[in-house]
Design a binder for this molecule. Structure first.
Ligand code: ADP
Ligand code: ADP
Length: 229
């Protein structure tokens, strides 16, 4: 589903590469944690998958497509394969829960009949049935993140990228969000999640990619957060 072949990325006017000679493969349906301290290259890794950045050298292949060869007019189509969830939720503050999710489908031109069918389904899936008409500021952090997950998933993307999705949530609420991401993963969606949350990584025992100063220093199946090398 995602393949990095010797990928290096050096930003303009930078000396040290943000990502260095990275090679790996993530299969369809995997759940992968990406860990590493600030500045280790995690966001760069995610941005390369979304083709928000291009590699300086090497190749990124997503869903069989070499992103170096992807023309700009095909970018929206590429990004539609990938749902994104962020630490700060990024909901539209003036839209209801229902409208936040429906909007994701409206902008890609889905017919109304389909929207009114699938939005309630996905809100049910994330545990927000009955809260359709709430505004984001009337929701708890955990509920807001559920809306964000619903919005990311409503289009049934092949890949879900989550950038510290539990970073603003207390431990209990975080467990709820992880259960949700796990459920989405079990529908066949590949999940790639950046996190600093040790407890979650240690509980879930999924594949762990650890970056250190742009280098992939660990790729561990059923991994843990801290690792004695
Ligand atoms: P992380 O997400 O792990 O904090 P990043 O991928 O954001 O790491 O950053 C990796 C390195 O690349 C850092 O040294 C950072 O300063 C640098 N970097 C990130 N984005 C840019 C950019 N747009 N321009 C220049 N340097 C950048
Ligand atoms: P608009 O896009 O015109 O601003 P809305 O997004 O509020 O309107 O509603 C679009 C459609 O979605 C309407 O036909 C309505 O039936 C449906 N809808 C809106 N809110 C809800 C809800 N909470 N539950 C079920 N259907 C809803």
């Amino acid at each position: 589903m995602i393949r990095f072949e010797n990928v290096s990325k050096t930003y303009p006017n930078q000396v040290r590469p943000a990502l260095q000679e990275m090679s790996l493969e993530i299969e369809r349906g995997e759940f992968v944690f990406v860990i590493g301290s600030s500045g280790s290259g995690k966001s760069t890794f995610m941005r390369l998958i979304l083709r928000e950045e291009r590699p300086s050298t090497g190749r990124v292949v997503v869903a069989g497509k070499d992103l170096n060869r992807l023309s700009n007019w095909k970018l929206p189509q590429h990004r539609r394969l990938i749902g994104t969830v962020f630490q700060d939720f990024r909901l539209l503050p003036n839209k209801t829960v229902y409208q936040n999710v429906a909007f994701a489908l409206e902008v890609i031109g889905r017919p109304k009949g389909q929207i009114v069918k699938v939005v309630p389904e996905v809100l049910e899936l994330v545990g927000l049935a009955g809260k359709e008409d709430r505004m984001p500021n009337e929701l708890s952090g955990g509920e807001q993140q559920r809306v964000a997950v619903a919005r990311a998933f409503v289009n049934r993307p092949m890949i879900l990228i989550a950038d510290e999705p539990t970073g603003n949530l207390d431990p209990e609420t975080s467990v709820g969000i992880m259960k949700l991401l796990d459920r989405i993963n079990r529908t066949g969606t590949t999940v790639v999640m950046v996190t600093h949350d040790q407890a979650i990584v240690n509980q879930m025992r999924k594949r762990v990619l650890e970056l250190d100063q742009g280098t992939l220093v660990r790729d561990q199946a059923r991994g843990v957060y801290g690792y004695v090398r």
